[in-house]
Design a protein around this ligand. Structure first.
Ligand code: ACO
Length: 321
């Protein structure tokens, strides 16, 4: 399976750390030194569906395919307005696709989960041209009185078109239960038989524990994939890591003892956009011409659950108009 189209879309609204310090007990220097984030984009007047649609159209255009050529649409999303229908079903309408679709929630690793699933569909001949859209609005599940979580996130969407071809070499997905360190609960209706009220609890996160698990898990995934494929870190041209925290990325880089140039980042401008983060980064690098034919790329993401997903691929250059 190979990637033949990329797209991304970000909200218009730029929110700087100083703007947050206007209503939260925080500062630009705290946020910058602890996370590397300088600003983020937050949905205000647009909707998540519009963002997802925009990213998908750009990916389709760069792939040279039309919406009707797509035979599967996989959406990666943690939360949006509707629990049902899925974001994928909603997108079918605006994109003009008519194909099977579903949403998967692999938290911040959702894009890698979607790619792994697409790879299986393509290998078994179930689908040939798959559109993957990762669209996230974490700003809507944070408590905006909680300075320890709300400053970390940004909204955004990324899309990839994949088809048969030489590209992805290997995947590694893992999962283990750590509900208490990071969760967001949504309300459920009571029934005559189950009267336990389930109210919404905005994102709860034990930052230090998440930090520790994230670094350990990502290093383990990267090391495993390198070893399994007879590679060393030097053979990888770019590590596209989940953009959760600059210090997490730096810890992983130091463990691998590799130069900074191999670890491109955009968390400075967008914050943590959950499962969209690696896709947005990939789209930007590809459009800037930084990803060259034959480059070896390692993707590695981790998220609430705790779940992780990593992949190695050989890049094929994409032409953009
Ligand atoms: N501004 C100012 N002070 C703050 C802020 C803030 N925004 N947030 C917390 N603090 C304070 C704390 O209250 C604490 O104060 P105290 O010492 O008086 O108690 C102090 O700063 C230090 O807090 P720590 O939590 O110990 O700070 P730490 O160095 O661990 O950094 C952070 C916190 C940035 C959250 C870090 O732990 C982290 O990045 N963790 C990983 C978070 C993450 O990546 N989550 C998502 C991953 S999975 C996914 O993407 C879905």
């Amino acid at each position: 399976m190979k990637i033949i189209g990329t797209g991304s879309a970000l909200p218009q609204k730029v929110v700087t750390n100083d703007m947050l310090a206007g209503f939260l007990d925080t500062s630009d220097s705290w946020i910058t030194t602890r996370t590397g984030i300088r600003s983020r984009r937050l949905l205000s007047t647009e909707t998540l569906r519009e963002l997802a649609n925009d990213a998908a159209l750009k990916a389709l255009e760069s792939s040279g395919l039309r919406p009707e050529d797509i035979d599967y649409l996989i959406c990666s999303n943690v939360a949006n307005t509707y629990v049902s229908p899925s974001l994928g079903s909603i997108l079918l309408g605006s994109l003009g696709c008519c194909c099977p679709t579903f949403d998967l929630n692999g938290a911040c690793a959702g894009l890698v989960y979607a790619l792994d699933m697409a790879d299986a569909f393509i290998k078994t001949g179930k689908a040939h041209r798959i559109l993957i859209v990762a669209a996230e609005q974490p700003s809507r599940f944070c408590d905006w009185h909680d300075r320890s979580t709300s400053v970390l996130f940004g909204d955004g969407a990324a899309a990839l078109v994949v088809t048969e071809g030489e590209g992805f070499m290997d995947f590694r997905l893992t999962g283990e239960n750590h509900t208490d360190v990071m969760y967001y609960k949504r309300s459920l209706e009571v029934t005559p038989y189950d009267r336990v009220e389930e109210k919404t609890t905005p994102l709860v996160m034990e930052g230090r524990e998440v930090f520790r698990i994230a670094v350990e898990a990502s290093v383990r995934d990267v090391d495993t994939l390198l070893e399994r494929n007879g590679l060393t870190g030097n053979d990888i041209d770019f590590f596209l890591l989940h953009q959760a925290n600059m210090r997490i990325i730096e810890c992983i880089r130091v463990h691998l003892d590799l130069p900074r140039e191999k670890f491109p980042t955009n968390i400075q401008n967008y914050g943590n956009t959950s499962s969209a983060s690696i896709g947005i980064l990939m789209d930007e690098l590809s459009r800037e011409g930084k990803l060259k034919d034959g480059d070896t790329i390692m993707m590695s993401a981790f998220g609430g659950g705790f779940v992780t997903g990593a992949a190695i691929l050989k890049w094929s250059e994409i032409k953009y108009n």
